[in-house]
Design a protein around this ligand. Structure first.
Ligand SMILES: C[S@@+](CC[C@H](N)C(=O)[O-])C[C@H]1O[C@@H](n2cnc3c(N)ncnc32)[C@H](O)[C@@H]1O
Length: 299
């Protein structure tokens, strides 16, 4: 069934992101094939199992248009479908979290088609569900489970407290899609850290954790030789600070290489970042080698 225009999102970067996820899931399950772990896949912003991209216009850019010829439709497998179809070594359990009721119905239909698989569809707020799952990890799954978590929000939905809980499990590899241009738009350029207050301060604390504001804003001497607090324009600082914060939580489990994605107009828009779950040195080295290879691969 054709999706309504409002349900279409993404661009060429969506295809690339999902192919990177597919490559990692294939390599991860293959690497753990003969290990005694049970494997869990969690899709925290799961969508429907398929993605319909906005159609391409004649100039090659994608835009939401009112009427689309069926031949111009661009529908690809979404992350939930990709994970379900990892066959070399299948995931023992898949959890798809999605807040939207209609999208959950699509996910349930997917789960029904693969009824022999252990697929749970949860209509829930991703942060709340994940924190609970992570906090009960030791009691419920102990050392016998390993997992891969995909965090693929539309915007600034992932809370820092959720990231901390994920890191604490020491068992879940994480791919996170960070909307760096969206975050950059939220951060005023000329401000003193202490002048950011109210809803904006709450949102920033939610997304970046505690001590981020001082990292963004630096005192510089302006043209009139006056000290002025401002942050560097663009996304570079956002990338640095977010990864800095990840380093504080994941330490050497954060893979320093990451992939920056550009939108159709050539502006840097998203960053795809990987962290290993396990603290075991050999596991980190192997996971980083695989993820780094995927990040650096040409299209
Ligand atoms: C970018 S889409 C995910 C696409 C999906 N990974 C795929 O490849 O098909 C983001 C999804 O997250 C859902 N969502 C947004 N906020 C959420 C939240 N707080 N908790 C759970 N799901 C949420 C949206 O309804 C949407 O389906």
């Amino acid at each position: 069934m054709a999706k309504s225009q409002s349900e279409k999102y993404g661009g060429d970067w969506t295809k690339r992101k999902l192919e990177m996820l597919r490559a990692y899931l294939n390599a991860y399950t293959t690497a753990l094939k003969n290990k005694p772990f049970k494997l869990l896949y969690i899709d925290a912003f799961a969508g429907t199992g398929s993605v319909e991209l906005p159609a391409k216009g004649i100039d090659g850019t994608r835009e939401i248009v009112q009427f689309v010829d069926d031949s111009a439709r661009d529908v690809i497998e979404g992350s939930a479908m990709i994970a379900t179809k990892i066959y070399n070594k299948k995931f023992d359990e898949l959890i798809f979290i999605e807040q939207n009721k209609k999208r959950c119905q699509d996910l349930k239909a997917l789960a029904k088609r693969y009824a022999s698989r252990n697929i749970r569809v949860k209509q829930a707020e991703a942060n709340a569900f994940l924190v609970e799952l992570c906090q009960s990890w030791q009691a419920e799954r102990g050392a016998s489970w390993r997992g891969v978590l995909f965090l693929d929000p539309f915007g600034a939905q992932v809370k820092w407290t959720t990231i901390e809980s994920i890191a604490n499990t020491k068992a879940m590899d994480m791919w996170i899609w960070i909307p760096v241009s969206g975050l950059s738009r939220m951060l005023p350029v000329d401000k003193k850290p202490e002048d950011i207050s109210g809803t904006l301060a709450q949102t920033l604390d939610k997304v970046f954790g505690g001590a981020h504001r001082e990292k963004f804003y630096k005192i510089q001497i302006d043209l009139f030789q006056e000290p002025r607090s401002s942050r560097a324009r663009g996304v570079e600082m956002i990338r640095t600070v977010y990864k800095d914060q990840l380093w504080d939580v994941f330490g050497a489990r954060l893979l320093k290489d990451s992939r920056l994605f550009y939108n159709d107009k050539g502006s840097p828009s998203f960053e795809f970042v990987f962290c290993t779950g396990s603290e075991n040195e050999k596991a980190i080295t192997l996971a980083h080698k695989i993820a780094s290879h995927i990040i650096k691969a040409k299209e």
